[in-house]
Design a protein around this ligand. Structure first.
Ligand SMILES: [Zn+2]
Length: 405
């Protein structure tokens, strides 16, 4: 995760509808997300829960992977309505746990319908900026769903679909089942995979296949795609040098890690000064936001060059392999961040090495980066002032403030 705020040119690094759904199991939760109000930063969701008569508790994801803290945007959740067999049901938020919602399912009913709205003005994947503008949206599914309390995320199946603003194009690692105009239905996936698979969309969209030279010999490599959305069409003009660098980035991760664990990989890259402010890693994608002119302005390019390599490296260090305290059974279980110095610390190092090896940074720019870090550490008392262990454990509170490192 990067809570990205790179605002100096001096190498300062700040850490900153209704689809027929065939072949669904009886326990699959259908989730339809209407994104046509995204330019107003409101997402509408409609869920169908298999239900039995009696007390039922649904929860809103609280601890968000990659954010390492209870950052689920609960204050932005509103418009909740519950219904069964055509009748509105009275629901109650738990008086202590703000993320839990109780309802009594009446007799003779096997489906609970829930409508909710997510206001996305302030939260984009924990980055602080809005998730959408009049040209761009970023959908993190954790913001638009509830799930049964105490369920294991791996064991809950969702059948998700979206309706996009008219004419917008999209990118995501989720497997597509059907496209009908602006409505897209995805194959059923576990809650784990759903929350790990954001979707970006926009008026100005470009998909590039990043075909890397295969450094793994004869073994086939999964496909890699770059899905770009931007404030303006001209922002998407990737130079041949940048394309070659991203291809080399893929190749260098093969050389570095020696194996790939994903079906295919999507670099979801938003180029905008209007939205976001984050880079968030996932197993089969990363959801990164860089400044609008990143591909056009060499100084801006330099500042964001290690963002994508960092988030890509997380697919191995953080996603495929995750510290025990951060591998929780669901999103209500608190995370223990003691090993974040591996999850984030090692990735921070690998991301900068990969930025240079791929050619996104020149060797001189990488040396300047190292010099900056050395100079910053030279002015600090380091572990004598605050231990590495305490810094890692307290990331869940430190990350609520955006400041250097
Ligand atoms: Zn990170």
């Amino acid at each position: 995760m990067r809570v990205a705020c790179r605002f100096s040119l001096s190498m300062l690094v700040f850490l900153t509808f209704s689809f027929a759904s065939p072949n669904l199991s009886a326990q699959t939760i259908r989730l339809q997300v209407d994104l046509t109000d995204a330019p107003r930063n409101v997402y509408h969701a409609h869920l169908y829960f298999p239900a039995k008569p009696g007390a039922m508790t649904l929860v809103f994801p609280k601890w968000i992977p990659g954010n390492h803290r209870p950052s689920g945007p609960i204050a932005a959740l509103t418009g909740i309505r519950m219904e069964a067999a055509g009748k509105t049901l009275a629901w109650q938020r738990d008086p202590v746990d703000m993320y839990a919602f109780h309802v009594d399912v009446p007799q003779g009913v096997d489906t609970l319908e829930v409508w909710l709205d997510a206001i996305t003005t302030l939260d984009s994947a924990g980055g602080g900026g809005p998730a959408a503008s009049s040209n761009i949206l970023d959908l993190n599914w954790n913001a638009v769903l509830l799930y049964p309390q105490e369920a294991r995320a791996d064991n809950v199946e969702f059948s998700p679909s979206v309706k996009l603003p008219s004419g917008w194009k999209f990118g995501t690692a989720l497997p597509v089942a059907k496209i009908a105009g602006d409505e897209i239905e995805f194959s059923p996936v576990s809650l784990t995979t759903l929350i790990d698979s954001p979707l970006i969309a926009g008026v100005h969209y470009r998909r590039i296949e990043v075909a890397a030279p295969n450094l793994l010999g004869a073994r086939s490599s999964p496909q890699h795609f770059m899905d770009l959305v931007a404030d303006n069409e001209g922002d998407l003009a990737m130079s041949p040098e940048d394309l070659a660098a991203f291809q080399k980035l893929v190749a260098e991760t093969g050389a570095l890690f020696g194996a790939r664990h994903y079906r295919q990989y999507h670099f979801l890259l938003t180029l905008s000064d209007q939205v976001g402010g984050h880079g968030l890693e996932h197993h089969e994608s990363n959801d990164s936001v860089a400044a609008e002119r990143m591909l056009l302005d060499p100084d801006v390019h330099m500042l964001y060059a290690d963002l994508v390599p960092h988030e890509f490296a997380h697919s191995w260090n953080g996603k495929y392999r995750r510290p025990a305290g951060l591998a929780t059974p669901n999103y209500q279980e608190p995370m223990v961040g003691d090993l974040l110095w591996v999850y984030e610390g090692l990735t921070e190092y690998l991301g900068t090495v990969l930025a240079e090896r791929s050619g996104l940074w020149t060797p001189e720019q990488y040396r300047e980066e190292l010099a900056y870090i050395a100079a910053a550490l030279d002015h600090r008392t380091g572990r004598n002032w605050r231990s590495l262990e305490d810094t890692a454990r307290s990331v869940q509170v430190l990350r609520t403030i955006t400041q250097p490192e």
